[in-house]
Design a protein around this ligand. Structure first.
Ligand SMILES: [Zn+2]
Length: 304
């Protein structure tokens, strides 16, 4: 079971992180009951977070990718860890806008003007926080700009989510190409040239999936890798380094929600105890409900 891989080109000029995330994005769609527009936005952010997660070195490293805008989607947030576990949500799962003139879902319009913030917890005293103004709100373009501006890293991000007529996720996937410090100058221009004419991610996945009947997931990924990088001159073709997995997983628990409940402050807690005599909290990532009895709330109140 692997739906992601890490590869490097023959000249060791750039590293590639490639994933097919159809299953994960479909899971998120079912949990959050998203419109096609919300599915596209959330799916792109989840896929990007998953790829950025497996780029981290330490097994306990975590990151949060937050798109915040003035548009009707308001916020799309995802977190991921180095093991490829991903969870996320969109503030307005019902967001709906007319298609753009090119027939595509208007993810940029749903976010509007806003900011992209990336928080990386690498086990140091303070997390690393980088923030930029949204370029287009189309997610991939914003992340490419983020890497350049905030991390001084030359990278290229491609993401895609195709929604079926019945609103289920037909294809989803993404790729991050990261230039290495000793990159050959010619490799950059060769890549730029190739990416300019590269079909959308979902078209590539659809093509390869159509020709991969009977192939395992990792076999299909290798085919996808070749489909993309065989467009480059021989010396920049990609070679697989390792297989990885990116999947949906929420790590919420009663204990975790208790910690969230404690942060509301003593006065508010007293009010809940007196007026409601109980509390129900919903995990914003997976929508699971957690119930707290009056006794449990009194116990928490004492700890505050
Ligand atoms: Zn949860």
């Amino acid at each position: 079971m692997s739906n992601a891989l890490i590869a490097i080109d023959k000249s060791k000029s750039f590293r590639i992180y490639l994933a097919v995330t159809t299953e994960m994005v479909e899971k998120a769609r079912r949990i959050h009951n998203t419109t096609p527009l919300a599915t596209a936005g959330l799916g792109r952010v989840l896929t990007a977070a998953g790829l950025m997660g497996i780029m981290m070195k330490g097994q306990r490293d975590k990151l949060t990718v937050q798109f915040k805008g003035e548009g009707p989607a308001r916020q799309i947030l995802a977190t991921a860890d180095a093991a490829g576990h991903v969870k996320g949500y969109i503030a307005n799962p019902d967001v709906d806008l007319p298609l753009k003139s090119n027939g595509k879902l208007d993810v940029g319009g749903s976010l509007g003007e806003g900011t992209l913030t990336v928080i990386k917890d690498l086990g140091l005293k303070d997390p690393y926080v980088g923030s930029i103004a949204l370029v287009s709100g189309e997610i991939a373009e914003d992340l490419t700009a983020y890497y350049y501006i905030s991390e001084q890293q030359n990278s290229s991000v491609a993401l895609g989510v195709k929604v079926d007529r019945d609103y289920s996720v037909m294809h989803a996937g993404g790729m991050i190409i990261q230039m290495l410090p000793d990159a050959e100058e010619e490799s950059i221009s060769a890549l730029e040239e190739m990416l300019k004419d590269l079909p959308p991610m979902t078209t590539l996945i659809e093509d390869v999936a159509g020709r991969s009947a009977g192939l395992s997931e990792s076999g299909m990924l290798e085919k996808l890798l070749a489909e993309i990088f065989d467009r480059l001159p021989e010396n920049y073709r990609a070679e697989k380094l390792e297989e990885r997995e990116i999947k949906w997983e929420c790590d919420c628990s009663h204990e975790r929600l208790e910690k969230a409940l404690i942060t509301i402050g003593k006065d508010d807690m007293r009010e809940i105890i007196e007026e409601d005599g109980q509390a129900e909290l919903v995990c914003q990532f997976c929508t699971k409900k957690y119930f707290f009895t009056k006794e449990q709330l009194e116990e928490l109140y004492k700890q505050m």
